[in-house]
Design a protein around this ligand. Structure first.
Ligand code: HEM
Length: 494
């Protein structure tokens, strides 16, 4: 349920109302920041502590925001070359310390939440969207209990139902694509994934209400994940804040009715919603309607951008590498039979080449490019002492392509995982789903969802790039999406 909040530089000056407020706030915060820096320097009593190297900046307050916003991965890779695995820099009045490479990243993944805290950095954004009583609004031990309940619902028996649901939704959605053409793959997959995720994770009642109005509510709610929401006080009367809050209330009301009806129904369903209704905390307390509704919103949004972006990138990798695309189809015929009958979960598991393609897509384009924590006390990494107050970050994107770790690091090579130790045996070299106490619980569902969608699409169409164009990366969006994501497709004749 984490969020990526670094597109500060490029789109900081998006709409005019927001810009004015941002500029004023930036000025005020800038003055405050200058005092804070002076105060901290005066206060830094522990003279023996070796602080991480600092990337110097002469721009007050904004610091490196523009350079980082323009090209974050290049920025971090350059800094790694120059300063090593641990370094600090400032942006918008905050100090960020990155831990790059497997060894340095271990600090973030192995730390206790009291030492490197997630709520402090994520809650401002997530609480208005998911609501109170869930995720980063509550003490982490309680969230861990909620994650356990969600994980109970994300089980194999449910995945078996999901494969069928996702295959049918995919066929129905793509019926509008006709026999051949050029279309926006990312847009299509984003729309499809709301439908499949809502059906699988929320249940058939909520899916059946998903019309254009509800889709707009999700879009407004999702519009809460912005720079403005991160930088500005929540009480400001910004239109996007108001739309987000109204959407939150309306969606919750829809969910409350469905949850209440389920509670009163004599018939027990077998799905994730039912798992949550039946779940209890360690002390025996059941989840309230408000907690369940918040968890349903979280389930949907945590998987929405991550899975739709990943599926879109996977499509472009397969379209570029026609040999692998054909091998994936041949694998389906070998596993499921030449007639390609409807997919089932066990066969999906045996599609190991498709699995490796997804794994490799997540290596080269992990949707969450940074995980972040607030240092509550001084922390040690690579011989440096990171002071309290720093935002401590790990970037899967950088770890997934470090020169010291990966051979042919920028190549899409799904078969690299057939060899032992594709990442030089380093523990945190490959972390698209994070690790430790904040690790993703949605990995297995994401694999089921994306593999089912791509199995279905490869049966329907042959894909290729349009005039050889492979999308560049859009760094201005929260999650690094493909630029101009148009793909060419042609119906297959089996
Ligand atoms: C390709 C798909 C996905 C990717 C790449 C992904 C990635 C991640 C990452 C990197 C984290 C760790 C964040 C951190 O440590 O700060 C995370 C946490 C989490 N994800 Fe996912 N995710 C995906 C899909 C999903 C789905 C489908 C769900 C729900 C069904 C989900 C639910 C969660 C939850 C509940 C957490 C825990 C957050 C915490 O404990 O702080 N994710 N995910």
């Amino acid at each position: 349920m984490s969020v990526h909040i670094f597109e500060v530089g490029g789109s900081l000056m998006g709409n005019s109302v927001t810009s004015m407020v941002l500029v004023t706030t930036a000025f005020l915060l800038g003055v405050g920041y200058a005092f804070k820096v002076l105060f901290r320097q005066a206060q830094s009593a522990d003279k023996d502590a070796k602080l991480p190297p600092v990337i110097p900046s002469s721009i007050p307050f904004l610091g490196h925001a523009i350079a980082f916003g323009k090209s974050p991965i290049e920025f971090l890779e350059d800094a790694y070359e120059k300063y090593g695995p641990v370094f600090s820099f400032t942006m918008v009045g905050k100090t960020f310390t990155y831990l790059l490479g497997s060894d340095a990243a271990a600090l973030l993944f192995n730390s206790k939440n009291e030492e490197l805290n997630a709520e402090d950095v994520y809650s401002r954004l997530t609480t208005p969207v998911f609501g109170k009583g869930v995720a980063y609004d509550i003490p982490n031990p309680v969230f861990l209990e909620q994650k356990k309940m969600l994980k109970t619902g994300l089980n194999i028996a449910h995945f078996k139902q999901h494969v069928q649901i996702i295959e049918e939704e995919t066929k129905e959605y793509f019926a509008r694509w006709g026999d051949s053409g050029e279309r926006n793959l990312f847009e299509a997959l984003s729309e499809l994934i709301i439908l499949t995720a809502s059906h699988c994770l929320h249940g058939k009642e909520i899916r059946s209400m998903l019309d254009e109005k509800v889709a707009q509510l999700y879009a407004d709610l999702d519009g809460g994940f912005t720079h403005a929401a991160w930088l500005l006080p929540g009480w400001l009367p910004l239109p996007s804040f108001r739309r987000r809050d109204r959407a939150h209330r309306e969606i919750k009301n829809i969910f409350f009715k469905v949850i209440q009806k389920r509670r009163e129904s004599p018939q027990e369903e077998d799905d994730i919603l039912q798992t949550l209704i039946d779940a209890t905390y360690k002390d025996g307390r059941p989840l309230s309607n408000n907690e369940i509704a918040g968890m349903l919103i979280g389930l949907l949004l945590a998987g929405q951008h991550t899975s739709s972006t990943t599926s879109a990138w996977m499509g472009f990798f397969l379209a570029r590498d026609k040999a692998v695309q054909e091998r994936c189809l041949a694998e389906q015929k070998a596993v499921c039979g030449e007639a390609l009958p409807p997919l089932d979960y066990d066969q999906l598991k045996d599609l190991t080449l498709l699995d490796r393609c997804l794994k490799e897509t997540l290596r080269l384009r992990p949707p969450i490019m940074t995980m972040m924590r607030m240092a509550k006390s001084p922390q040690t990494a690579a011989g440096y002492t990171i002071p309290a107050g720093h935002q401590v970050c790990v970037s899967p994107t950088v770890n997934h392509r470090l020169q010291d770790t990966w051979m042919e690091r920028m190549e899409f090579k799904p078969d690299r995982y057939l060899h032992e130790n594709p990442a030089a045996g380093e523990k945190f070299a490959y972390v698209p789903f994070g690790a430790g106490r904040h690790r993703c619980i949605g990995e297995n569902f994401a694999y089921v969802q994306i593999k089912t969608i791509w199995s279905t699409l490869l049966r329907l169409y042959d894909f290729e790039l349009v005039n050889g164009y492979f999308p560049t990366v859009n760094y201005t969006t929260m999650i690094h999406t493909p630029n101009r994501p148009i793909i060419r497709y042609k119906r297959r004749q089996h």
